[in-house]
Write a protein that binds this ligand. Sequence first.
Ligand code: AP5
Length: 215
Amino acid sequence: MAQPRILILGAPGAGKGTQSAKITEEFDVDHITTGDALRGNKDMDISDMDTEYDTPREYMDRGELVPDAVVNAIVEEALSQADGFVLDGYPRNLEQAEELEDMTDLDLALMLDVGEEELVDRLTGRRVCSECGTNYHVEYDQPEEEGVCDECGSELIQRDDDTEETVRDRLEVYHENTEPVIEHYEEQGDLERVDGERAPDEVWADVKATIEDAA
Ligand code: AP5
């Protein structure tokens, strides 16, 4: 396959970021992630876009979706610069899915299936490097030295939206807005499901094989 164009789908905490990092390395594609892009621009002034709140932060800290116009522009710009990619965190509602269809074609939509309580456990236990963004988990993926990133030596922090209350809100938003997107790809016959409720390397073996099969 030329550089693949992959969509990775799944609930918050399903392991999209973890598996995307491996896909990026193995298949030499860009990782386009709306969550990271928005975290890097949390205090951007979006008040001229006729939005309820003035910055992405106010949506994200509530576990709500940032308005489509903001996110669509980020994805369109990133896709225009990528040959192959793994797209993570978008589309999150049917309107975004329609926009995406106008922006690019996909080789594969990959869904990571994980149960609700496991999702809560993973997210509330996640710790992230404040500098390079590497993910850890307080039980399943600990750094060599507590609170310190193995990759760059910086401090590990908890994301503002990884508290239990906000995680529950994010899951509700996911059920309401993003599950219809999964059904949409399933009805089109374009969705490949992988059991994401296993160790990261076991999930990766299936993810890799699924991408190779789609070639
Ligand atoms: P975003 O950053 O996209 O968050 P998310 O979808 O909620 O996904 P996460 O990054 O939290 O989880 P993940 O699936 O990547 O899991 P990870 O690999 O880290 O979005 C944040 C916010 O931005 C949204 O709430 C919204 O406000 C806004 N936003 C983003 N996109 C938007 C859009 N399109 N439209 C509007 N608003 C948008 O893994 C989680 C943890 O589990 C880690 O600790 C990891 O170490 C561990 N782990 C991973 N895999 C395994 C495994 N197999 N076994 C055990 N532990 C594992």
